[in-house]
Design a protein around this ligand. Structure first.
Ligand code: GDP
Ligand code: MN
Length: 396
């Protein structure tokens, strides 16, 4: 279960993690009174269950009290990666000298706890990890080992912290580790760990995911109002819309829109895309024997998703029929139109009829199919997957 920043920070507080003073606000007038209390400059941080708020404009620095209301209003109107902003954390602004990174997670490949640090923290940490992995340092621990102060000191040395900050850093690493273990976290990340101009180290952000299956061990969470979320609250707007339409759908953070046959074929398709180096934007299941309407709606979800660069269609007609599938695709093309390239493959039950329906619609209006690259059984699924990955790459 992913926690909001304000929840994670409340838990960090129990471990005396150094942080700037902050107050949670649920509407504009609460933002104003929180701002009055904390004083200017303050940062308004939209509380959504996704990262990358900074880049999306979800973090605002406010210098004058008179700007609080307008900035808060603007944030409350935002939707970040599909999540509406329902609350704002008002925090004393920091004068940041340098942004570090400190995170703890479980390395599933070897069942170890990885404590990870970098001197290049901030909003581009993913880029740092991908392009300059030598700037990321880690200490790995067995699952029942603890993090010793000397290991925190070692990490501080690796990221080149000046000697006067080493103890402080090791202390923060120890507190984060204490939190991680005590609350059965899967991920606990401080990014940025801010080094301020006055030489303090403060946790400026907190990203935490807890193990759902261990929540029963922490009754204090419910007392703090942190409960296993009613699933609704964690759904993105697209996921909600899909649910209203009865389509099992999950947003992922890639750029290839997955338009599969059933759930099994969907999972396999996602695996193929990942295997060839791509990133699915979603997981979706059409359910057994989907109607043309449902097929059309599946495509609407993908075509209207701004993260999707290319659509990967892989339909294997089993119980479901390729002719219904083809009708749904044609219905979508006629009523809605396709704005993204789509690579697709269709085989199985009634595929000849499916192909006939496509060809008929195409002869009526070839432009409908302009963006579609269509294949049948002669082209293996691997080839279609590679093609989708390649198209997504080219469109970057
Ligand atoms: P994220 O983008 O969702 O990870 O949100 P963060 O809380 O990490 O904020 C993004 C960026 O906003 C940080 O990397 C900082 O550069 C900046 N930021 C956040 N809080 C403060 C603050 O108190 N003062 C200043 N000057 N910048 C901040
Ligand atoms: Mn962050």
């Amino acid at each position: 279960m992913r926690l909001y920043e304000y929840e994670a920070k409340a838990l960090f507080g129990k471990f005396k993690m150094p942080m700037a003073e902050n107050i949670l606000a649920r509407n504009v007038s609460e933002v104003i009174s929180a701002g009055e209390k904390i004083g200017m400059p303050a940062v308004l941080k939209s509380q959504v269950l996704t990262g990358g708020r900074g880049k999306a404009g979800g973090i605002k620095l406010v210098k004058e009290k008179s700007n609080l209301a307008l900035d808060a209003e603007a944030l409350f109107e935002m939707t970040i990666k599909g999540f509406p902003v329902n609350s704002i954390l008002v925090e004393r602004a920091l004068y940041i000298e340098k942004e570090l990174y400190l995170g703890i997670t479980i390395n599933r490949a070897d069942y170890k706890i990885a404590v990870i640090a970098s001197d290049s923290g901030g909003v581009d940490i993913e880029k740092v990890a991908a392009e300059t992995p030598e700037k990321i340092y880690r200490v790995e621990l067995d699952i029942d080992e603890k993090l010793y102060t000397f290991q925190g000191i070692e990490l501080a040395g690796m990221i080149g912290l000046p000697s006067e900050l080493v103890r402080e850093f090791a202390g923060i690493a120890g507190k984060l580790f204490g939190f991680f273990k005590s609350y059965d976290a899967k991920l606990a990340e401080i990014n940025p760990l801010a080094l301020t101009k006055s030489g303090e180290l403060l946790a400026a952000d907190a990203r935490v995911s807890l193990d759902d299956d261990a929540l029963f061990r922490h009754p204090d969470l419910a007392e703090m109002g942190i409960e296993k979320r009613h699933e609704e609250g964690e759904l993105t707007l697209r996921e909600k819309r899909a649910r209203e339409w009865g389509i099992p759908y999950l947003d992922l953070d890639g750029d290839i829109g997955m338009f599969p046959g059933g759930a099994g074929f969907g999972i396999m398709g996602n695996d193929f895309i990942e295997y060839f180096g791509g990133r699915p934007a979603n997981f979706m299941d059409s359910g057994g024997g989907p109607s043309p309407e449902r097929i059309a709606r599946m495509l609407i979800l993908l075509d209207e998703n701004p993260n999707v660069k290319v659509i990967f269609g892989a339909r294997f007609g089993g119980i479901s029929r390729c002719d219904d599938f083809a009708k749904g695709v044609v219905m979508f093309l006629k009523e809605h139109g396709l704005s993204k390239p789509m690579v697709m493959r269709m085989t199985g039950n009634m595929w000849q009829e499916g192909v006939r329906i496509f060809n008929e619609a195409k002869s009526e209006n070839p432009r409908l199919f302009e963006k579609i690259e269509f294949h049948g059984i002669e082209v293996p699924i691997e080839e279609i997957s590679k093609k989708a990955v390649q198209l997504a790459r080219e469109s970057k």
